[in-house]
Design a protein around this ligand. Structure first.
Ligand code: NAD
Length: 248
């Protein structure tokens, strides 16, 4: 498959889980990659498993840090000659009832899961507009649509990602920059290891598909949204590879 031949993609959260699966799918589809994450060792492992010949750069960065994201955008654009596709996938998750949640826990989750999306778009989208087009893919969650018990901070951040996606799509689509979200259901990655076994068992039982998804079952949606002509008519949308958890 070479549907992304010639495209240059910046993927955050690329060291693990869904971001790593998107990196693999994009490399197989012919894209050049700038992979960003806090986890340098994880990035090296993912990059080492990509098909030989893939053009890959690695960037160790905290995506909630404005100066670091600004530098990341500059480095990625310099290294690859531009960025055509931005995938905002970095994220954290914790399970805390509201009555026990410390403001610092709320703030950190919103910084990593929502502020980072703003920052990466803030420093990459102007280059896409100047270049005449691009694709932004923000990884939200089905919990941003339906909410999750013990997950007020995460649900708020992910709902924020969907609202941000719609607003930015209205702002920049006429410049050729298409902005969409992906809201996966529960996917087997290290992220959900922190959720209680009770939460996981209850969740699995209520899913129409009766099982959690795998990262490689989410990545093709990110390929579609980045592709031409497959992704050409999507903007401001939230696609839901979610095992039937939410049916908007
Ligand atoms: N796994 C699920 O069930 C699920 C469901 C819906 C949405 N999501 C979303 O998918 C995205 C990827 O999650 P995943 O399940 O692959 O998790 P994961 O833990 O496997 O991967 C997340 C990656 O983000 C990186 N990261 C965390 N904080 C960072 C920071 N400040 N700066 C840079 N990188 C940082 C981590 O190092 C990690 O490599 C997240 O946004 C998550 O909220 C996951």
């Amino acid at each position: 498959m070479t549907v992304l031949n010639g495209r240059r993609a910046l993927i955050t959260g690329a060291a693990s889980g869904i971001g790593a699966a998107i990196a693999r799918a994009y490399a197989e589809a012919g894209a050049a990659l700038a992979l960003a994450d806090l986890d340098a060792d994880g990035l090296a492992a993912v990059a080492g498993e990509l098909p030989a010949g893939a053009a890959v750069t690695r960037h160790t960065v905290d995506v909630s840090d404005a100066a670091a994201v600004r530098a990341l955008a500059g480095e990625a654009i310099d290294a690859h000659g531009g960025i055509d596709v931005l995938v905002n996938c970095a994220g954290i998750l914790s399970e805390v009832p509201l009555v026990e949640m410390e403001p610092a826990t709320w703030d950190r989750l919103l910084e990593v899961d929502l502020r980072s999306v703003f920052l990466c778009c803030r420093y990459v989208v102007p280059h896409m507009v100047a270049a005449g087009g691009g694709r932004v893919i923000n990884v939200s969650s089905q919990l941003g649509l339906k909410g999750g018990e013990g997950l007020t901070h995460y649900s708020a951040a992910k709902a924020g990602v969907i609202g941000f996606t719609k607003a930015l799509a209205r702002e920049v689509s006429r410049h050729g920059v298409l902005v969409n979200a992906i809201a996966p259901g529960p996917i087997v990655t290290p992220l959900i290891d922190g959720l209680s076994p009770q939460w996981q068992a209850a969740k699995e039982a209520e899913l129409p598909l009766g099982r959690f998804g795998r990262p490689e079952e989410v990545a093709p949606t990110a390929v579609l949204l980045a592709s031409d002509p497959g992704g050409n008519l999507y903007t401001g949308q939230t696609l839901g590879p979610n095992c039937g958890d939410v049916m908007p």
